[in-house]
Design a protein around this ligand. Structure first.
Ligand code: PRX
Length: 665
């Protein structure tokens, strides 16, 4: 473990955390911002006095309960928490109907911007009608409370509508990112035993129609006995294959359904959704979240971390709904808080590199939440691009998904935030459900590159190998020491894996899988993953999953994958493969082998998992017990002097690899 930690500490360094240890720039909140901020320093002492009671207050204040709860936290079945368990509510009612009932039906909920420039505006009243129609349609397709629905859609309003329609009838949704392959979709449909798949003909990406329905057809052709119907949104108009009796058009069943629907009340602990994420083994984990606690923390964090003023702010989170950020900070947090938000279908450089800034200017976006990889990409494109647009409406900037290096943080602050808008670097995970560690705007003096402090109500620490809290100025492993409302309730169908993955490394502590350091003030700096999980453009990928994809190719005998530091994407996938002696690949140019194997991974998992490089080697470095020493491979992938190789079974292997790589194929 400690070896890993050391390796990772140098990992993010090459990704830009080089100044981390000497970073001493400080940005205190302005008096004007502090004066109007939602959060105040009192929140910390209030929460510390009685954590469960504090969360109870938030849950009562921010949500509408059909049956109020008496209990706050029940930890008797640890590590599975129950929060507000005797209360009942409906997530879609909280996100939509109650705003309409309160006379805010005409307020814009979603400003949708299609990649090609088409737009749609949905008020809360529109959303209520759409979600009700979709809920009725789902019911007519046989979906009832407790059934799972797989969602494989582009970033279009129907994605939000579908998720809320599921929530409305108490059917947990399992959103699968549209960039995942048919294979990945298939395994997720099977694991959740989804009854319905909601998809589209395609979506627009990089100026072209990109098909989605064929991946659903391919996934279902592999066998998925639980699936009864496929509900298809027409987005691009491209031709689709059709399975009569199974496939139905959205326009036929949703648009024609009644726009009145009574939300189904569920218990606070009723599952709201499953979201698959990469773990350290090949099989993705179905992280599941329940209703009451998740919504309470989603709303509380969205309100305080982004200082949301629901009446006046225009909020934009650039995440896709296929990721947890899209769940909590596109769908549930903002809508429960009655915010007006922007959603955008496409990429930041279509049709030009100023597209995001054009959108900020067009809608007067006041709060922007995005990922460091996007910021670094914009830095690369040059600050003259954002300079062409009026960004003066921006007043809070958020970052999420990976450590943000101080220089990207400074650029974000200066170029995007006009040296005025506070930045909140928010640390959290699919598992935590909502933000856990972050500055509070108007309260915290910020430090470039640090997520700094656990939010009021959250307890985190950095510990050493023996689970002892490390002193200020030292590094170790990030752990969460108290249960929190939005915590995962488990891995779908596999309680033991939940216990083993998160609760067995340090007794009684939730181990997040991240390395971290406490600075002299006790503030937390995230250092990246310490396990075999990579973080590419803020997306989690498992080394093992990519290795399995590679060895599923007939040419490959063995594969080892590492995350190598990358200037733009944080980490990039670098694969080392040993080819089978009898394969035809030996006769092909190295370039062709590399291309074929990269495409194979993209097909098996999705384009996001495509290795940046595939290096053909004769041997892999292994310990005597047969474990691959990825640390050494990472040194090679990052063009560093190879570290201590004394524990290798055969110490000449690294020379062989180095020689092989320097010999042109
Ligand atoms: O390594 C941490 C990194 O992203 C991981 C969680 O990934 P995922 O579940 O996909 O959720 C991403 C969006 C919440 C974490 O274990 N991570 C996330 N946010 C930060 C971060 N690392 C450093 N700083 C952050 N702000």
């Amino acid at each position: 473990m400690s070896l890993h930690l050391e390796a990772r500490v140098s990992d993010p360094t090459a990704g830009g955390l080089e100044n981390l240890l000497s970073e001493d720039r400080r940005f205190p909140p302005s008096a004007e911002f502090a004066a109007q901020a939602n959060a105040s320093a009192d929140l910390y002492s209030w929460a510390n006095a009685d954590r469960p009671a504090f969360w109870g207050e938030q849950a009562r204040e921010l949500l509408t309960w059909s049956t109020p709860f008496e209990q706050t936290l029940d930890w008797s079945d640890a590590p599975v928490a129950r929060w507000f368990a005797d209360g009942r509510l409906n997530a879609a009612y909280n996100a939509v109907d109650r705003h309409v009932e309160a006379g805010r039906g005409d307020k814009v909920a979603l400003h949708f911007e299609g990649e090609g420039g088409d737009t749609r505006t949905l008020t809360y009243a529109d959303l209520q009608r759409e979600v009700s129609r979709a809920a009725n349609a789902l019911t007519s397709l046989g979906v009832t409370t407790g059934d799972r629905v797989a969602v494989y859609l582009p970033m279009i309003p129907e994605a939000v509508v579908t998720m809320l329609a599921c929530a409305r009838i108490g059917a947990p949704h399992s959103v699968v990112f549209g960039g995942f392959s048919a294979e990945a979709l298939h395994s997720r449909i099977l694991d959740a035993e989804a009854k319905l798949v909601v998809t589209a003909d395609g979506g627009f990406r990089r100026g072209a129609a990109s098909a989605l329905k064929p991946a659903v057809d391919e996934a279902l052709a592999k066998g998925a006995p639980s699936v009864e119907h496929v509900l298809v949104v027409k987005r691009t108009g491209q031709p689709v294959e059709w399975t009569e009796g199974r496939d139905v058009w959205w326009s036929d069943v949703v648009d024609t359904a009644s726009d009145e629907h009574t939300p189904v009340d569920v218990e606070a602990e009723h599952p709201l959704f499953i979201l698959y994420t990469s773990g350290t083994t090949g099989k993705p984990k179905g992280i599941f979240h329940t209703t009451g606690g998740y919504l309470a923390q989603a709303a509380y964090t969205h309100l305080n971390v982004f200082d949301l003023k629901a009446e006046t702010d225009v909020y934009w989170c650039t995440a896709d709904v296929g990721w947890i950020t899209g769940h909590t900070y596109v769908v549930y947090g903002p809508l429960v808080n009655g915010a007006t938000q922007v959603i955008y279908e496409g990429t930041p450089d279509t049709p030009h590199r100023g597209r995001w800034w054009e959108i900020v200017q067009k809608y007067g976006v006041t709060i922007l939440y995005t990922a460091p990889t996007a910021i670094r990409t914009c830095m690369k494109w040059g600050e003259e691009i954002p300079a062409q647009f009026d960004l003066s409406s921006l007043r809070v900037l958020g970052s999420v998904g990976e450590p943000i290096n101080p220089e990207a943080w400074m650029w974000y602050r200066r170029v995007v935030g006009g040296d005025r808008a506070p930045i909140v670097d928010t640390w959290w995970q699919t598992e935590t459900g909502a933000i856990m560690i972050s500055p509070l705007p108007g309260v915290t003096e910020t430090k470039p590159g640090s997520a700094q402090v656990p939010l009021p109500g959250i307890a985190a620490d950095v510990v050493d190998d023996e689970a002892h809290s490390v002193p200020d100025g030292s590094g170790g492993y990030l752990v969460l020491t108290e249960p929190w409302p939005a915590m995962l309730r488990g891995i779908w169908g596999d309680r033991q894996r939940y216990v083993d993955t998160y609760w067995s490394r340090f007794r009684g502590l939730y181990f997040a899988g991240d390395g971290a350091k406490k600075d002299e003030d006790g503030d937390i700096w995230l250092l990246g993953r310490v396990d075999d999980v990579m973080n590419v453009s803020g997306h989690r990928l498992s080394t093992t999953e990519i290795e399995s994809a590679l060895v599923s190719h007939p040419w490959v005998a063995e594969a080892a994958v590492v995350g190598a530091a990358d200037e733009t994407t944080g980490q990039a996938v670098v694969a080392f493969v040993i080819l089978r002696g009898d394969s035809e690949a030996g006769d092909l140019p190295a370039q062709d082998v590399q291309t074929t194997l990269r495409n194979h991974v993209a097909k098996e998992i999705g384009p996001i998992a495509k290795p940046r490089q595939v290096l053909v080697v004769a041997e892999l470095p292994k310990t005597r017990s047969g474990k691959i020493m990825r640390r050494l491979l990472r040194d090679v992938a990052e063009n560093r002097q190879v570290g201590d190789a004394t524990t290798l079974a055969d110490s000449s292997v690294m020379d062989l690899i180095a020689q092989g790589l320097s010999t042109p194929a």
